[in-house]
Design a protein around this ligand. Structure first.
Ligand SMILES: [Zn+2]
Length: 203
């Protein structure tokens, strides 16, 4: 038997989420259908609020409602800039409570296969920000995949020509190919503390 049209649409929506295949999407769609009216209203309201209330900080890539909690925090060290390639990683780093600088989110990593160039992922904006805000240290917290490594190398080269900027990266010990969001706070915290300078140390 085929799903009715409405359920089919809901299944298609759930399948857009990461890690959700057809079977799970079907289960979620029917579970949603069976929710009480109150619960389903709450569901609807939450989805609606995502659109009407949530904004993406153009400076760091964090989601916020009133104002960016990171960029608007006067206690942050404004000379430290940590670069991630996915804004979810900011949350992972914030949870460690060991970093108090600012952030920059790239739009993914460099990838010849996916046709993603330096321009596409926002490296020009990163360079401009490092220059105009007189950033002293750029910490690269990119994935340990080939694409992440390529991006880190590219950024290091671009920033070499700038003022006295130090470029560092998270310490190894993070398993190859792992995204920050899957790591525990202790591991991230340690790799942040033990970060390795890759350029500009003796300037
Ligand atoms: Zn921000």
């Amino acid at each position: 038997m085929e799903h009715i049209e409405t359920v089919k649409e809901l299944i298609a929506c759930y399948k857009k989420l990461p890690g959700i295949g057809t079977k799970t999407a079907e289960r979620l769609a029917y579970a949603t259908l069976r929710l009480s009216k109150i619960d389903r209203d709450a569901f609807q309201a939450a989805l609606f609020d995502l659109d009407s209330k949530v904004k993406l900080c153009p400076r760091c890539g964090t989601f916020f409602e009133d104002r960016c909690p990171i960029c608007s925090d006067p206690k942050r060290n404004k000379q430290l800039l940590l670069v991630v390639s996915d804004s979810k990683d900011i949350l992972a780093i914030e949870r460690t409570n060991t970093y108090n600088g600012l952030y920059f989110t790239l739009n993914g990593n460099l990838s010849p296969l996916k046709n993603k160039t330096a321009k596409d992922i926002g490296i020009d904006e990163l360079k401009k920000r490092v220059e105009t805000e007189q950033i002293q240290e750029v910490i690269l917290a990119l994935p340990t995949s080939l694409e992440g490594e390529t991006t880190a190398l590219y950024i290091t080269n671009i920033l070499k020509d700038l003022h006295d900027v130090k470029v560092s990266r998270l310490a190894y010990g993070i398993p190859i190919g792992t995204n920050l969001e899957y790591l525990d706070e202790m591991t991230i915290s340690q790799s942040l503390k033990g970060r390795v300078v890759i350029s500009g140390e003796n300037k």
